[in-house]
Structures are given as C-alpha cells and as structure tokens.
Design a protein around this ligand. Structure first.
Ligand code: C5P
Length: 230
C-alpha cells in the first residue's frame, strides 16, 4: 500500500476556492490530490500552493523537446509535486531529460509518470497518425520505452493495467483513471472499472474525480472509495 493510501482525487476545476474546499473535504481519505492543466493554467503556482492536506500530483502531460521539458520540470520543483506526467510519445531523450530534472531535487523530487496512448484515441485515430499498431500494442511499446528511459511508472486505462503489470513487473508504478464505483454513471469515460477491481488487476493508485467532487458529500464519497481499496 503506498503511503497515505491508493486513492488519488482529481480536482478538475479552474476555480481555486472550489478546489480548496474539495481538498479540505477529501484529504483525510486521499493519498494524493491531482491538479491538471486547467487548474494550473488558471491559477498557477499560487493556486497550487493553496491546495494543502495531501501531496499533489501535477498532471501537465508535458511533451516538447528534451531541453524544454527538463526546464518545465525544474520550474515546478519548488512546488514539490509528488508526481508529474509526460507523454511517452515525446521519445526516450525527452523522458530521460524529465527523469534527470526530477532527480536533481534528490529524494524530494517528483516521480515521473508517462502517458502512453490517450484513451481518446482508437485504432482508426492511431491509423490517421501513421501508427499501424493496435492501441494495446502501442501502449505496450510506449510503456516499455518510457520505463527503459527512466520513467518511474505509467498512467494507464483500466483495460491496460493487468497487461502492463504482467509485462513490466512489480516495480513499475501504475496509476489508473477511469474509475467508477459500482452503480455510478460512467459520464464521458467509456471504459471504466470499480476501485477494488482496478487494484486487484495491479493498480498502485487509482484516480477518481467526478464521482467524488460531484457528490453531495465529497468527503464521504472519498472515504467510501478509500475503504473499498484498503
Ligand atoms: O472525473 P473523472 O473520474 O473521470 O476524472 C478522471 C481524471 O483522470 C481526469 O483528471 C482526467 O484528466 C484523468 N485522465 C483520464 N483518462 C486518461 C488519463 C487521465 O480520465 N486516460
């Protein structure tokens, strides 16, 4: 069990006050809080610093030339995010540059997670991009490349977690969004899994947003999910 628990709560909003209220409510039950691109572009470092209660996963999905990505990672090190994301499609040198920049902060540096194939891309969309592989093949190819290039782990869909755990072994960190408690509407997440099932299939952490932040009592919703994966 990771320190603080396996639940990551996604605080997806541009409103700093709303994010702070959610953070206060769910922090007792969350291993991490996730801030994404929309929050960070709207509120910047000051908004990030106002989110307290649990370590923060900064989900910026960086993708640029190695020098620029390394600079981006170094730029957020003073905020002490616990996790950062990059796109594996940026290639080996870019992933390695992100890893080295993160390690420049020593043991306090964030772990680097790679995103393989966006779950919004199906086989036809990959074909349009010139990728002949199936999504599963491409996920595995990019996942291996990322880990060999210094990434600590991967963000992956519920459908990929068992395959990646089996292929890449126990040390690779797997972080899994697309989580829906039993009976909860899937919203725009087409491929979902319950929290307990995702952990049983090999997830180190699960990411859950709207089933918690959209609940009448976000603290209670987070507590119920945390209890289901203890
Ligand atoms: O609200 P919901 O539980 O769907 O939130 C899921 C979170 O995980 C969002 O912040 C979303 O950006 C992120 N995510 C995802 N699917 C991926 C990668 C990340 O839903 N493939």
């Amino acid at each position: 069990m990771p320190d603080g628990g396996r639940l990551i709560v996604a605080l997806d909003t541009v409103e700093a006050e709303r994010a702070r209220a959610w953070a206060d409510a769910v922090s007792p039950h969350a291993g991490l809080l996730k801030l994404g691109l929309e929050f960070f572009l709207a509120n910047g470092a000051a908004g990030f610093r106002a989110i307290t209660g649990a370590p923060v996963f900064l989900d910026l999905k960086l993708h640029d030339i190695p020098n620029t990505v390394a600079g981006g990672v170094r730029a957020v090190l003073p905020l002490r995010p616990r996790m950062l994301t990059v796109h594996a499609a940026g290639g080996s040198a870019m992933i390695r540059a992100a890893h080295q920049a993160a390690r420049s902060a020593g043991a306090d540096g964030p772990i680097i997670l790679a995103v393989t194939v966006l779950t919004s891309l199906d086989e036809a969309a990959l074909h349009d991009l010139g990728v002949a592989a199936t999504p599963a093949e491409q996920v595995l190819r990019l996942g291996r490349l990322a880990i060999e290039s210094g990434a600590d782990g991967l963000v992956c869909s519920p459908l990929e977690v068992a395959m990646l755990r089996q292929a890449l072994g126990p040390a690779v960190k797997l972080v899994v969004p697309g989580i829906r408690p039993d009976g909860h509407a899937a919203a725009d997440q087409a491929r979902t899994m319950t929290p307990a099932r995702a952990v049983a299939e090999g997830a180190d952490w699960i990411v859950c947003g709207r089933p918690i932040t959209g609940a009448a009592d976000p603290g209670a919703a987070a507590a119920a999910i945390a209890a289901a994966i203890q």
